[in-house]
Write a protein that binds this ligand. Structure first.
Ligand code: ZN
Length: 133
């Protein structure tokens, strides 16, 4: 089974990865909303796609040297699921938006959760992650 035949890690409507975040991972302009970019970043964490995580991070905060550690950490945990809690703006014609989410993962057999309200902006005509609270 090729990796694109898996169900997408982001869990959106149980779509196949090839019909969901793969489209964004291969062309970031395919994320039409902040939510889609958020989902594709979660999937990139699950699939340890550091190149996409860098590309989808605002140029202001992009840090290639830190990405190595981030990916090493991501490989060491078992990602469980993504839950979108709320959305603010971030639609097709917006220039900024935010997504509140919970990302669950298991680390050393304990279920943990990242609960974040992430900000997204349009940069170079596509959505990028700015920062999170
Ligand atoms: Zn997806």
């Amino acid at each position: 089974m090729s990796f694109i035949e898996i169900i997408c890690p982001c869990g959106r409507n149980n779509k196949f990865y090839k019909d969901c975040c793969y489209l964004v991972h291969t062309n970031i302009h395919n994320a039409l909303t902040a939510e889609e970019l958020m989902r594709s970043r979660y999937s990139a964490f699950v699939l340890c796609n550091g190149d996409f995580l860098l590309q989808s991070h605002s140029i202001q905060f992009r840090d290639a040297s830190n990405m190595h550690n981030t990916i090493r950490w991501s490989r060491s945990v078992a990602w469980n699921r993504l839950e979108i809690i709320s959305l603010k703006d971030g639609l097709k014609h917006d220039t900024e938006g935010s997504v509140e989410f919970k990302a669950y993962y298991k680390e050393k057999n304990k279920l943990k959760c990242i609960h974040e309200n992430s900000s997204f902006i349009r940069e170079d005509k596509h959505w990028v992650y700015l920062d999170g609270l």
